[in-house]
Design a protein around this ligand. Structure first.
Ligand SMILES: [Mg+2]
Length: 450
């Protein structure tokens, strides 16, 4: 059964098991001291009891998770777009019985299971859900758990798919501008000009001739949105360091906000060479998890001009705050990549409003008519004239719109039970207390063996 928000029944159920706990007596507290604190939960007795998921089929699949507790309070999170819910659900056994308010402790226990790219999505979804729970319990918006609100609105850039006709591409950008967007990004696949004779070298990179053709697209978009508007560009194909430098230099007259993902993010030395050879700002990061695991050498070596973590891969609120703050120490701004549902979007907004060096956040669902309808409680439309208002409601500040989500499920089932994930997928010996197994003398026992 789907837990309701702190219904009377849940309150009674929760309080039944807490006879020995202090009550939340209003008369005993100093005036104003408990204002904003949710008295209908007992933080010290809070435990994680379940994790379930469903997957929304949209422009990408959006795997949504829900972490339940013994007090009816629950948290929502999202695995990286185009990922799978199982990346989060395999962490369930490590969460059951734990106090969700011990956010750093819980996250440390699952950090060994976070990988790069989509494999960072499980950890990230759990981080979001924990901040949703903690915010609801303490009666504060999630951003307050990681920092201060430095801005009331978060600026968004709109991704825009390309077209072989530069004029039509320019027109698409005009439509974006009419929606109120003030920051733009264009996809500029090298393959767009592949059919033109002599435009693409056999190694897959544009020739000098091909680069001129690619620049025609940038010029058309510039004419559409204005030469003074920030414009990023992405999807050139995986290039060599030297070809990347050729591209970046060819783009210089157009003063791009950035050129994205020229080479693999692991090659920070290559990125440093590219960045130092051009005035076009160089950016990467959407497939990186963690500061120590990925961003650190790019930042410490100032190998890129801008980092772009995707909170659904990088570790969501808490870890991406660390990453952004660390980049700020080296004078590197943070852009947030984002292509998921409103759940991860609003989690990212909570993060974005706390980052000193925040520049802009992506919205990849500009053309999805029911995207904003997937949740309740957020402004509608969520992106208003290119900005999202930072919520002040407890937790992430949203609830799922069950009927709309059920219309767009990838698989049958809406937060069905997940007993198949009750057991550890690895490290089963970390159980606390006796467990049935062969001891070190080869005898079957229900005992503790380390
Ligand atoms: Mg990209």
């Amino acid at each position: 059964m789907k837990p309701t928000r702190l219904s009377r029944r849940n309150l009674l159920r929760a309080s039944a098991g807490m006879a020995a706990l202090p009550t939340f007596a209003e008369a005993a507290e100093p005036a104003g001291a408990m204002r904003g604190v949710n008295r209908r939960s007992a933080p010290s007795a809070l435990k994680i009891t379940d994790m379930r998921a469903c997957t929304i089929a949209a422009n990408y699949d959006y795997p949504i998770i829900r972490i339940d507790t013994n007090q009816g309070v629950y948290g929502l999170g999202e695995v990286r777009d185009a990922g799978v819910k199982g990346i989060a659900l395999i962490l369930k056994a490590h969460l059951l019985g734990k106090d969700p308010l011990q956010i750093d402790t819980v996250l440390s226990s699952i950090r060994p299971f976070a990988g790069q790219g989509r494999m960072g999505g499980g950890y990230s979804a759990v981080d979001m859900a924990l901040h949703d729970i903690a915010g609801k319990v303490y009666g504060v918006p999630a951003w307050k758990l990681i920092g201060s609100k430095l801005r009331d609105r978060v600026r968004c850039y709109c991704d825009t798919t390309g077209h072989k006709d530069p004029k039509i591409y320019g027109q698409r950008m005009v439509e974006r501008k009419k929606l109120g967007y003030t920051f733009f990004k264009m996809d500029l696949y090298t393959t767009t000009v592949a059919e033109r004779p002599g435009a693409v070298h056999q190694n897959g990179a544009a020739t000098e001739k091909g680069l001129k053709y690619l620049c025609e697209y940038i010029a058309a978009v510039r004419d559409a949105i204005g030469w003074d508007a920030p414009l990023g560009a992405d999807h050139f194909g995986r290039l060599s360091v030297n070809d990347s430098i050729r591209y970046a230099r060819a783009f210089e007259p157009y003063q791009l906000a950035w050129a994205e993902d020229f080479i693999d993010w692991r090659d920070w030395r290559g990125y440093k060479k590219i960045s130092e050879a051009t005035t076009t700002p160089i950016l990467t990061g959407e497939n990186i998890f963690g500061l120590e695991e990925g961003f650190l050498p790019l930042i410490e070596n100032q190998a890129v001009d801008i980092i772009q973590p995707d909170p659904e891969t990088s570790g969501a609120l808490r870890e991406t705050k660390r990453i952004g703050d660390y980049a700020d120490m080296f004078g590197i701004p943070t852009v947030l990549h984002f292509a998921g549902s409103p759940v991860g979007c609003m989690a990212s907004v909570h993060l974005a409003c706390t980052l000193k060096n925040f520049m802009v956040m992506e919205n990849h669902a500009v053309d999805m008519p029911w995207w904003s309808d997937l949740v309740l409680g957020a402004p509608k439309p969520i992106v208003e004239k290119g900005y999202i208002t930072v919520p002040d409601k407890p937790g992430l500040g949203i609830e799922l719109n069950e009927s709309v989500i059920k219309e767009h499920l990838r698989y049958p089932g809406y937060f069905e039970p997940t007993p198949m994930y009750d057991d550890f997928i690895v490290s089963g010996f970390r159980r606390v207390g006796p467990w049935p197994h062969f001891d070190e003398d080869g005898k079957w026992c229900n005992c503790v063996t380390y």
